[in-house]
Write a protein that binds this ligand. Structure first.
Ligand code: GDP
Ligand code: IMO
Ligand code: MG
Length: 425
């Protein structure tokens, strides 16, 4: 297992940060390939809690090189804040962080437009993280985006900012009736941000090529999750990138053989933040219990996460889309104490039963879950680190998921800390 992809198999927040940190100690490189500061990856080490948004979760291991790939969107303000927080916590990143010069920059106008776009959607809000993700990726696709490398060329930067502000200010002022951005002020601020990050900017495609050719071990850190994928997720209630497997190849410029193990991180139940259909959502006391036991509040926005049972229909789809070879089950301890545990094994859509995930959002919005009930376990699994110590019902639950998704079990997480982990491979 030299080149491992760690991907979210649900709607994000599966515990990718914990899994990446756990595996990163044996890795030469940890590389992010998509998304931006919409991600919130929590790593808990002893009494210290780190929440990483842009910087890969391998940063807590001093000998691991951390790459922010070309597929990402980078908000310099947010990046600098994250760097300052790491510095305060005594985490060094001076020699082990590389930011792709081809990654796109999130500008303040992207964040403003994210908020304004949400406002006009009214009851159909996506519930974005308001980090400017959608507008920044839209500019990338429209070929008017600013790349990180261009921050280091003041003349080009000024020209591109001037061009962009013409369009953005027209929309912000004329359509939304709000105050636009001042070119000089934005230009000066951007130069200040550029000064702080320029030492980390470089050719990440070349770096990855050399790492692969020299046989380095690589961990690809996914952000968001399969169901938030712009192509395969529950559109339009998705993010604007490809968190799924394909995003690795395009978001880092690596060939297909550069990934040999594909791990889907699966929370033992399901959560979702923001709008959009969620067939297994529990809106009553069970949802409340999961939220309380699992501390399900967003790591980026602090919003309460919507909670419900595991959705195997969606998970099997995620396994196919990503070619998952393994699963890492997290937060098994949160299910401690339930008499029985429900798992959605099929949907009922317009009176028809199906085990296939509908790719038409109109159908998915109508999906009602058909459940299978599995026995719960009455002893706590928190902190267990050996497979044979798991209660047989808990082990059975994990095996049931692996069998249904046709994957092997890589690890089971029984608590937020590094050592609260059962490894199987
Ligand atoms: P990510 O975005 O996929 O990295 O996940 P988040 O960090 O947003 O959310 C996962 C939350 O669950 C964090 O607060 C983690 O500290 C916590 N966590 C991770 N694994 C476990 C686990 O096995 N048990 C418990 N109780 N908490 C966990
Ligand atoms: P990690 O990496 C959970 C959700 C938002 C919203 C939708 C679009 O921590 O798992 P965006 O700001 O991306 O335009 O929002 O996607 N979302 C996430 N939900 N975890 C994440 O990241 C998410 N990143 C985006 O809540 O519904
Ligand atoms: Mg998160």
């Amino acid at each position: 297992m030299k080149r491992i992809a760690i991907l979210g198999a649900q709607w994000g927040d599966e515990g990718k940060g914990k899994v990446v940190d756990f595996l990163a100690k044996d890795m030469d490189v940890v590389a992010r390939y998509s998304g931006g500061p919409n991600a919130g990856h929590t790593v808990i080490i002893g009494d210290k809690k780190y929440i990483l948004h842009l910087i890969p979760s391998g940063i807590l291991h001093p000998n691991t090189m951390n790459v922010m790939g070309n597929g990402m969107v980078v908000d310099p303000e947010s990046l600098i804040k994250e760097m300052e927080e790491l510095e305060k916590a005594g985490v060094s990143f001076q020699d082990n962080l590389l930011i792709s010069e081809s990654a796109h920059v999130i500008m303040p106008y992207h964040k403003k437009l994210d908020a304004l776009n949400e406002k006009i959607r009214g009851s159909k809000q996506i519930g974005t993280t308001l980090r400017g993700i959608g507008p920044a990726y839209a500019d990338k696709a429209s070929r008017i985006g600013i790349r990180v490398g261009e921050l280091l060329h003041p003349d080009i930067l000024r020209e591109k900012l001037a061009f962009n502000l013409k369009i953005k200010n027209a929309i912000i002022e004329n359509f939304f009736g709000e105050k636009g951005f001042d070119l000089e002020e934005l230009y000066e601020n951007t130069l200040t941000w550029a000064e702080k990050i320029k030492g980390f900017v470089g050719n990440s495609v070349l770096f990855m090529r050399e790492a692969i050719s020299s046989g380095k071990s690589i961990l690809y850190e996914g952000a968001q999750g399969t169901m938030l994928d712009i192509d395969h997720g529950t559109y339009p209630y998705v993010t604007s990138s490809n968190p799924t497997i394909g995003g690795i190849l395009t978001g880092l410029g690596v060939p297909k053989d550069a990934v040999d193990t594909i791990v889907g991180v699966v929370k033992a139940y399901t959560t979702r933040v923001g709008g959009g259909p969620f067939p297994t959502e529990e809106k009553g006391s069970i949802g409340e219990l999961l939220r309380n036991q699992g501390h399900e509040y967003g790591a980026t926005t602090g919003r309460p996460r919507r909670c419900g049972w595991l959705d195997l229909v969606a998970l099997k789809f995620a396994s196919w889309i990503n070619g998952m070879t393994h699963i890492a089950i997290t937060k098994l301890d949160v299910l401690d104490g339930f008499d029985t545990i429900k798992v959605c094994v099929a949907y009922e859509i317009d009176g028809e039963i199906t085990e296939e995930f509908p790719t038409n959002p109109v159908d998915f919005a109508k999906a009602k879950p058909i459940y299978k009930e599995l026995p719960g376990w009455k002893t706590p699994v928190k902190g267990i680190s050996r497979w044979e110590d798991l209660p047989k019902e808990a082990a059975g639950y994990v095996e049931f998921i692996a069998e249904a998704t046709d994957t092997k079990i890589l690890l089971v997480s029984t608590g937020a800390e590094r050592n609260e982990t059962v490894t199987l491979v």
